[in-house]
Design a protein around this ligand. Structure first.
Ligand SMILES: *Cc1c(COP(=O)(O)O)cnc(C)c1O
Length: 410
């Protein structure tokens, strides 16, 4: 049904053979669910860094703004500028420190800056003097992550200077948890951060927005909500690993789809794909999937094994792979049934074993491709209650899809 609908709407020609579908009512639902567990005065900063974890930053930001986000968070200057260019007006915090050369542009676009070093603070002051613009800053405090952040002693020495610089306004202070799920370490970071904020306030600095909580802390430690929470993972429909308190009901907005480019039958004993890594055990119907590792297929994050059983599992997989056993994170659904990806994943193509499913060439299949890995070059199709309304093409163009019969440029 859905397939017919897409074809009828003339979308296939625009979408090409693979795309991502994002159901925006799920994003709205997730933001409202998070708000339910916040106190009324706690603000919500929606993290839309890294192209909104793959969901497409501009449209995700628009949806979050309309659903009641108070602030947006990005990592780079370019991410902030993209949102402003597309007409997003709510405050945006650039959560990574910028280089001195980037600061004038960030001020011109009205972005809020993170200050994580004396070097960074002086660069902001300099840019304010040169441009005559106001700088809103959040002090990033070091509390145990040891990435970017002002050491507690450093920030106290710096604050007297900052207070003397006209045009530099400290709007907030924050820190980031290194191991949110490790409650003793998380609370240590929290107490250190809270103490530094208190000491700064004793020096006469008012800090309206103090924030520390990411998705995990948002669920697990309500006492850490403070003035604002910075949430990403939950908004995109995932519970952070290890959370136990699942009192909120999240929805997954995300589907990766592709159309089978070709189907062929090969006899038993055929070595398929690069390197002949996979040899068919029986006569096999192969489907060609227009996705490969350049699109994010077959990529996994390898983290350090945390326990002996973890390590054993890791070693077992490596051993078994030597004898041709394949483990894949992704599943491909053909007519709702899972089929395996076989052979080595290519750069932009791979193979599936269709088994006895009477799939046809050109047919839509679904792939459980992880959000952050999925290439931004795949088109993003936005749907509201299943109805496509907007398309972001890999060229950066947008198409509004207003009526069912066709589409109109936005
Ligand atoms: C990514 C990020 C977040 C959001 O983390 P989630 O666990 O996805 O909610 C919050 N704060 C900072 C500084 C981040 O970089």
């Amino acid at each position: 049904m859905e397939q017919e609908h897409l074809a009828r709407a003339g979308l296939y020609g625009l979408l090409g053979p693979r795309w991502v579908e994002i159901e925006v009512t799920a994003l709205e639902n997730n933001l409202r669910e998070v708000k339910k567990i916040l106190r009324p005065f706690t603000r919500l900063l929606a993290v839309v860094k890294a192209d909104a974890y793959g969901a497409g930053a501009v449209e995700a930001a628009r949806v979050f703004c309309q659903a009641g986000a108070d602030y947006l968070g990005v990592t780079t200057l370019a991410e902030g500028v993209e949102l402003r260019r597309q007409g997003i007006t709510i405050p945006i915090l650039v959560m990574s420190p910028l280089l001195p050369e980037e600061i004038p542009q960030a001020l011109a676009w009205g972005l809020t800056l993170a200050v994580a070093s004396r070097w960074g603070a002086e660069a902001v002051a300099q840019a304010v003097r040169e441009t005559g613009r106001l700088a809103r800053i959040h002090l990033k405090i070091e509390s145990g992550m040891y990435r970017a952040g002002l050491e507690p002693e450093e920030v106290k020495a710096l604050i007297r200077d900052i207070l003397s610089w006209p045009g530099v306004v400290v709007e907030g202070a924050y820190t980031h948890l290194a191991q949110a799920a490790h409650s003793r370490k998380a609370w240590e970071q929290f107490r250190l951060f809270f103490r530094v904020c208190q000491e700064l306030e004793e020096e006469g600095l008012k800090i309206p927005l103090k924030h520390i909580a990411n998705s995990y802390a948002c669920l697990a430690y309500p006492e850490m909500h403070l003035d604002m929470v910075r949430v990403g993972t939950l908004l995109y429909g995932h519970y952070p690993a290890g959370t136990i308190h699942q009192e909120i009901k999240l929805q997954d907005p995300w589907k990766v789809k592709a159309r089978l480019l070709h189907i062929r039958e090969v006899p038993a004993g055929t070595a398929v794909g690069y390197g002949g890594d996979y040899v068919t055990k029986r006569a096999t119907r192969l489907g060609v999937l227009p996705l490969g590792y350049a699109d994010g297929l077959g990529l996994t994050a390898i983290t350090r094994p945390k326990s002996w059983p973890d390590l054993l599992r890791f070693l077992a997989k490596t051993f078994l792979a030597y004898w041709g056993w394949q483990h894949r994170e992704e599943a491909v659904l053909v007519r709702g049934r899972p089929v395996p990806i076989i052979g080595r994943v290519g750069m932009q193509l791979s193979l599936v074993d269709l088994g006895d499913i009477p799939a046809q060439e050109g047919e839509e299949v679904e792939i459980s491709l992880g959000r952050p890995f999925t290439s931004a070059r795949l088109p993003r199709l936005y749907l509201r209650e299943g109805e496509p309304y907007l398309l972001r093409l890999p060229t950066g163009e947008w198409r509004g899809l207003k009526d069912k019969a066709g589409f109109r440029a936005r």
